[in-house]
Design a protein around this ligand. Structure first.
Ligand SMILES: Nc1ncnc2c1ncn2[C@@H]1O[C@H](COP(=O)(O)OP(=O)(O)OP(=O)(O)O)[C@@H](O)[C@H]1O
Ligand SMILES: [Mg+2]
Length: 356
């Protein structure tokens, strides 16, 4: 395999290798046979809707859920049958799970005490990690005297102090309000940069995945349907599901016969590929209202709604086929709701996916 310059490690052996990993709970298949490579230094997101198997996958990597089949290797060592404490991983659970009767400092030092790390070293590591996560002033508090954001930092510190090769985070920011979440995203990026470690986190929030991760695996119904960098996943979604799950997308139905695609909405163009139903996916920011001559795809419709959103204006157009196209444009074009309008885009802005 060719080295991939975009990978933090230039394309060496993956730190975490999942092969054919699967988990069933009775009749429920939570994770279907799944292959995934995570590299040292990755900030890796497992992204997907509720119930798609993200937590189950993360718990299998951490050793908290036994796989029904397949293997997990970390640093080239098969850890599939090892317990969590025997793996070079540490997990921050949703809800944090802090010990209520211990102070912040004791909570953070607990794992090191269990691991019989000498007192002096233990104290030094706890202080350093509290500085890194910026909670030094909370050291003597108990968990019930912490805000949500502070508790989340303590949970992070408690995992990081163990210096895991891989830090596993289950919906780390889900309990925080929007403003705090943005702030903690920035903190997590800084901490990841400073430590240079490998983070794997679960989220159902595509904005969070895009904002934090350098690699994203999109999951649907227990399978990984696409894995790649944020821009690649946004620009080149492989399926209709990925295109609509990551950001807003217009999806138009079409039919391909002998290399010619005809859209239900009218336009046609040549593009080689198998005969059958296809979908054209185009982002709202790539569509123009009353497009210029460079727009190779042009469709007619009626302007249904206009909303000024600050950085851009959102137009909703209903095509003559009945399908909808949303347009995000920086400049207000002056069209009124109810008017006949044309929308259009350049061919290189659209993606064609097989199926509907
Ligand atoms: N211990 C269990 N026993 C039975 N079924 C389970 C168990 N854990 C998970 N499941 C099922 O496996 C599937 C995947 O669950 P999982 O918790 O991994 O999803 P998720 O992607 O983390 O969802 P969410 O975003 O809601 O947290 C679901 O259908 C869930 O009901
Ligand atoms: Mg979950």
């Amino acid at each position: 395999m060719a080295a991939d310059a975009k990978r933090p490690d230039g394309g060496r052996t993956p730190l975490v290798q999942l092969r054919g990993l699967t988990k069933s709970f009775g009749p429920v298949v939570a994770v279907r046979p799944l292959d995934l490579d995570i590299y040292a230094g990755d900030f890796f997101a497992l992204l997907g809707p509720s119930g798609c198997g993200k937590t189950t996958l993360l718990r299998m990597i951490g050793g908290f859920t036994e796989p029904s089949g397949g293997t997990i290797a970390i640093d080239g060592v098969d850890v599939t049958r090892l317990g969590p404490e025997k793996r070079p991983t540490n997990m921050v659970f949703q809800g944090y799970g802090l010990f209520p009767h211990m102070t912040v400092r004791q909570n953070i030092g607990y794992g090191l005490r269990l691991a019989r790390v000498a007192v002096a070293e233990r104290a030094g590591r706890v202080e350093r990690i509290m500085d890194l996560v910026r909670i030094a002033e909370l050291a003597e508090r108990r968990p019930d005297a912490l805000s949500g954001g502070q508790a989340q930092r303590v949970a992070l510190a408690r995992a990081l102090v163990m210096e895991p090769r891989v830090l596993l985070l289950d919906e780390p920011l889900a309990a925080l309000d929007l403003k705090l979440r943005k702030q903690m995203q920035e903190e997590l990026r800084r901490i990841h940069r400073q430590i240079g470690g490998t983070f794997v986190f679960v989220t159902h929030d595509q904005g969070e995945a895009m904002g934090l991760a350098n690699r994203i695996a999109v999951m649907e119904a227990g399978s990984c349907v696409q894995e790649g960098g944020p821009e690649e996943i946004y620009r080149q979604p492989k399926t209709r599901f990925v295109s609509s799950f990551i950001g807003e997308a217009n999806v138009l139905a079409g039919e391909r016969r002998a290399g010619v695609v005809t859209l239900g909405a009218g336009a046609g163009f040549a593009e080689a590929g198998a005969d059958g139903t296809v979908s054209v996916v185009v982002r709202p920011e790539d569509v123009r209202l009353d497009p210029g001559a460079d727009a190779e795809i042009r469709l007619d419709g009626r302007l249904e709604d206009v909303v000024f959103l600050g950085p851009y204006t959102r137009y909703r157009v209903v095509l003559d086929s009945g399908e909808e196209v949303v347009v995000h444009a920086g400049d207000a074009a002056g069209q009124a709701v109810g008017e006949r309008v044309a929308v259009g885009w350049r061919r290189d802005r659209q993606r064609l996916v097989q199926g509907s």
